[in-house]
Ligand binder design. Structure first.
Ligand code: FES
Length: 109
């Protein structure tokens, strides 16, 4: 099965992302911890990563969470990017406010 290799510089993880599979989905399937998982649809901004090297196809992302100036710095949402080449990425920590909200949400479940 084809796919592209992804290196996460933050965690040191290396994994394969299959054709048509988002980077977030590949990380989730392997149980890799990098970013929180939220909506899986480009809307919540939880899964923000930075692509340091490589090319990818990008689906629709929330401009609130990833404004054009952030995209220029390589920031994207892992649930919305599909590698076209091998990638090198790094994790982008969530702001504290978003982390607190996520903790609250989890504690209510
Ligand atoms: S999980 Fe919500 S934007 Fe990726």
């Amino acid at each position: 099965m084809a796919g592209f290799h992804v290196l996460n510089r933050t965690t040191g993880d290396r994994f394969t992302c299959q054709d048509g599979q988002s980077v977030l989905k590949a990380m989730e399937q392997l149980g890799l911890k990098c970013v929180p998982v939220g909506c899986r649809g480009g809307g919540c901004g939880y899964c923000k990563i930075r692509v340091l090297e490589g090319e990818f196809e990008c689906g629709k992302m929330s401009k609130v969470h990833v404004p054009p100036e952030a995209v220029e710095k390589g920031e994207v949402l892992a649930c919305r990017i599909y590698p076209l080449t091998d990638l090198t990425i790094e994790c982008v920590p969530l702001p504290e406010a978003a982390l607190a909200k996520q903790t609250t949400t989890k504690s209510l479940r």
